[in-house]
Design a protein around this ligand. Sequence first.
Ligand SMILES: Cc1cc2nc3c(=O)[nH]c(=O)nc-3n(C[C@H](O)[C@H](O)[C@H](O)COP(=O)(O)OP(=O)(O)OC[C@H]3O[C@@H](n4cnc5c(N)ncnc54)[C@H](O)[C@@H]3O)c2cc1C
Length: 382
Amino acid sequence: MGGRDRPKIVILGAGFGGLELATLLSGAFGEAVDVTLIEKGDSFVFGYSKLDVMFGRASAEEVRIPYAPFRKPGVRLLRRAVTAIDPAARIVTTDDGVFEADFLVVALGADYDLDATPGMAAAGEFYSVAGAERMRAALSGFSQGRALVGVADAPYKCPPAPSECALMLHDHLVARGVRAACEIELVLPLPTPIPPAPETSKAILAAFAERGIVFTGGRRVASVDNARKVARLDDGSERAFDLFLGVPKHRVPAVVEAAGLAENGWIPVDPRTLRTRFANVFAIGDGANTGTPKAGVFAEGAARAVAATIIAGIRGVDDDARYDGTGTCYIEFGSGRIGKVEVDFFSGPKPTGRHHEPSPALRAEKAAFGTSRRQRWFALPD
Ligand SMILES: Cc1cc2nc3c(=O)[nH]c(=O)nc-3n(C[C@H](O)[C@H](O)[C@H](O)COP(=O)(O)OP(=O)(O)OC[C@H]3O[C@@H](n4cnc5c(N)ncnc54)[C@H](O)[C@@H]3O)c2cc1C
């Protein structure tokens, strides 16, 4: 470990992956390791909270969890922006200081490439907190006409989220007494709402049919003409809209691209060990190309595998840790009903998904998902 007393682990990004990894390393070693967690933001937000903000269930302030209470032995969380990464030397440059690592873990998530889809920036997106806030204002002025939930490309975060958006939009318009005057269409690059889980896809498509939501699968939104209020799809067809709710194309942050860590927009890794081609440099979460969905639960699973590998490396024991590629997603079916899908990407020849019908118990489970992370990472009561 470079002749120093305490092994130095530098984790870039305090999202789902980074927070979980730092927590596990602290749990294993306490003050015996030197973990630096570098994050440019001042607060953490659960992805699904953006839907709550958009539909007026919570304010942006209410869903922000400040990083201040994150205190773990052996870990310092520093508010810095990463400006350069040298993966061969494991040296990270920030806007305030340079950091060297024995183990370097890139957990910087995915950025939105609004410019990749002409017109998307002006049309509006709901995948960031600021975008969800703007969408909330746009929604309040929408009482008739066509609403188009449009996804620019796959992969995108949380595969069920655009479907949840369409179902929650239906509820929102019903509650305002204007649903009959509105149409809703969802354009999704995936052929079905959740391809590895046919039963869940069937249930979501049935929910769409019951509510008169039009589903167009296997199509991307290629551009948006805001003057004509028309979205053009990748097959050249057009969809008129009065309200556009966009999901932009995703890719790794520019600093990751500049470091030579990415190929075709994502960081190539061994999907089971999360190792990049650089020695003792790992990538976890949305930025890593593992073939598993871009969701917080999967980022946590990858963090668990990398934690086990680093722990074994420091203790000098065999490392048989493998990312299992499994995860559970809760799905808003509308009318306050929450279902669940358990997906498994690596056990069989192809990914599988187990569907759980919406139930009151699952509503409580989803709440517990958030509460348990708030407690574990931030020592917050609920
Ligand atoms: C609408 C919506 C609903 C969702 N619902 C769910 C759900 O129900 N369940 C679920 O599991 N997932 C859900 N997700 C997905 C989930 O939010 C992401 O997959 C998850 O956050 C990925 O974790 P991560 O650690 O890879 O990245 P992130 O959580 O995005 O963390 C990356 C961190 O890196 C920081 N960072 C980036 N660049 C820099 C830099 N240059 N310097 C310093 N710091 C930097 C960022 O500020 C960020 O805090 C949803 C997402 C959306 C948008």
